[in-house]
Design a protein around this ligand. Structure first.
Ligand SMILES: [Zn+2]
Length: 512
């Protein structure tokens, strides 16, 4: 007889429903899996054989054929173990085939019959929810599955657990999860992982850099910090995610989904804070942008709706940096696969840091760079003009002044205070984009030049200021728009309807 259940294959963050068909027919004892599976899929039969043996079950001495349909779609990963095993058990009459047909199934099986966690349980749970089916998944992934809003979840720790649950129709595990991890409780849970640490109040002085970061956060702008080693560029970057607003429910789900696919989700489930990723400059192109043999989301997608910190920017491989340009423009990464295209979302804010020159001492009064100015010029030439152009704000982070360090009672603003102003400025932008019928919630950094002209008209006074500066700075049209966007953000922080000369002047300052 033939039995069937459903599982999913992943295509970026999208899922393709896979029909798992298991047939036991008379013939020589064989066990075949067909339907374009990779090595992990093919090895599934060995794990299943061993797991059955551990339950004192043996495969029937007949011809077992497993078909993963549609047969022309490439299937990767170990999450097919559980659907195949359950399909087999239903063919053998151990579990009811009708009951099984009501579920999507994902999970890897260990040789001892334990069900092991797999990446992508959340997207699978969402797929099951969409067609009003239940989900059978590893117990350790239950919290993740729950965030799709699905209630009919069987989360077993062993194959026997799942058989027992299906046989007796008792779906009790979900209730336990529900009680432990209601969204309200999650909100108050102080132990959930945080992607950023530290508070802006711990950084003494650095008024200019802090101001630039506030503007960047408010308008969604990319920011480049340059300055001597030890001036605190990394400390500033590390605190940047802390002044961004908490993710909306929709954003949280997107971010969680990407982490789920990468197998990087903390056990506590949903990610509600903007992610912070800081790949090393030796990172390869697949690691940073995504793809590779396994086709996993890269750092830029893991930083979706959050911060990608690139420390020592000129040390990154040039080809790797250039590959960031397309996602920065479009908000997603496209990866060509053997027979299809995979897309991962990648809406990030880049915070980059660099030393002024290779040795790091250029402009340092106490230890001057010996190869000035060539050292700095060569170093900066490693970055292409178009890439540098993506940074709306550039700020020089000076060494902390000894006087600032000694001021013990100086009051430094906390991250929470800055975050409040950032949120207010963002709300203004969202309100405006809603009023003007822009798509979704558009931050100033993502406005098109047309949209920008609609919402940021310049007074005569500002126009004159602009013309004068443009001549001095040799501004391109793109440069002009970038400055205007930053000026709009500064005006929003000032809760000003119009852009005034002082807003424009500050934006010009951060561009030069
Ligand atoms: Zn130097």
């Amino acid at each position: 007889m033939t039995s069937r259940c459903s599982t999913v294959a992943f295509q970026g963050v999208d899922t393709v429903t896979i029909d798992v068909q298991v047939q036991i027919a008379p013939g020589l004892p064989t066990f075949n899996i067909v339907g374009l599976g990779d090595k992990a899929v093919n090895e599934s039969k060995e794990r299943i054989r061993a797991a059955f043996h551990s339950m004192n079950l043996s495969l029937p001495p007949q011809r077992v054929t497993v078909n993963l349909a549609p047969a022309d779609f490439q299937k990767e990963g170990s999450h097919y173990d559980l659907p195949i095993a359950l399909g087999l058990l239903s063919s053998l009459g151990v579990i009811d085939s009708e009951a099984l047909a009501d579920y999507f199934v994902v999970g890897e099986i260990g040789l001892d019959g334990k069900i092991l966690p797999v990446p992508g349980v959340l997207p699978c749970s969402i797929a099951a929810h969409a067609v009003k089916k239940g989900l059978i998944c590893p117990k350790t992934c239950a919290r993740e599955a729950y965030w799709s809003g699905l209630h009919n979840i069987i989360a077993g720790s062993t194959l026997l657990d799942v058989i027992h649950n299906l046989k007796h129709g008792k779906i009790t595990l979900f209730e336990d999860i529900d009680r432990q991890y209601s969204p309200e409780k999650k909100k108050n849970d102080k132990n959930h992982p945080s992607y950023h640490s530290g508070n802006f109040s711990e950084i003494k002085g650095q008024k200019l850099a802090k101001r630039a970061m506030e503007i960047a956060a408010a308008g969604g702008h990319n920011i480049l910090l340059s300055g001597p080693p030890g001036s605190g560029k990394s400390m500033l970057a590390l605190r940047f995610a802390g002044i961004l607003p908490e993710l909306t429910a929709e954003q949280a789900l997107e971010v969680t989904m990407i982490h789920s696919l990468a197998g990087l989700l903390p056990e506590s489930g949903l990610i509600t804070e903007p992610p912070y990723r800081d790949p090393h400059h030796s990172a390869t192109l697949p690691a940073l942008v995504g793809g590779g043999a396994k086709c996993r989301p890269g750092e830029i997608s893991l930083a979706h709706h959050g911060v990608l910190f690139l420390d020592e920017l000129p040390e990154f491989h040039r080809s790797t940096l250039e590959a960031l340009r397309q996602p920065l423009e479009t908000g997603y990464v496209s990866i060509a696969r053997a027979n299809n295209m995979v897309r991962y979302p990648a809406k990030v804010q880049i915070v980059a840091a660099m030393n002024p020159c290779k040795c790091g001492y250029m402009g340092n009064p106490s230890k001057q760079c010996s190869r000035v100015p060539l050292c700095g010029e060569q170093y900066q030439q490693r970055l292409s003009g178009p890439l540098l152009d993506r940074f709306d704000l550039k700020v020089y982070v000076e060494d902390v002044l000894p006087a600032d360090l000694l001021q013990k009672d100086a009051h430094e603003e906390s991250s929470a205070m800055i975050a409040e102003r950032v949120k207010k400025a963002r709300d203004l932008q969202y309100k405006r984009s809603h009023k003007e019928n822009f798509s979704h919630n558009t931050l100033n950094a993502h406005l098109s030049s047309q949209q920008l002209e609609m919402i940021a008209p310049l007074t005569k006074e500002c126009e004159n200021l602009f013309l004068k500066a443009a001549e001095k700075m040799h501004l391109s049209a793109r440069g002009f728009h970038r400055i205007l966007k930053v000026a709009r953000t500064i005006a929003d922080l000032d809760v000003s309807k119009d852009i005034h000369p002082q807003h424009l002047a500050e934006a010009l300052h951060f561009r030069s």
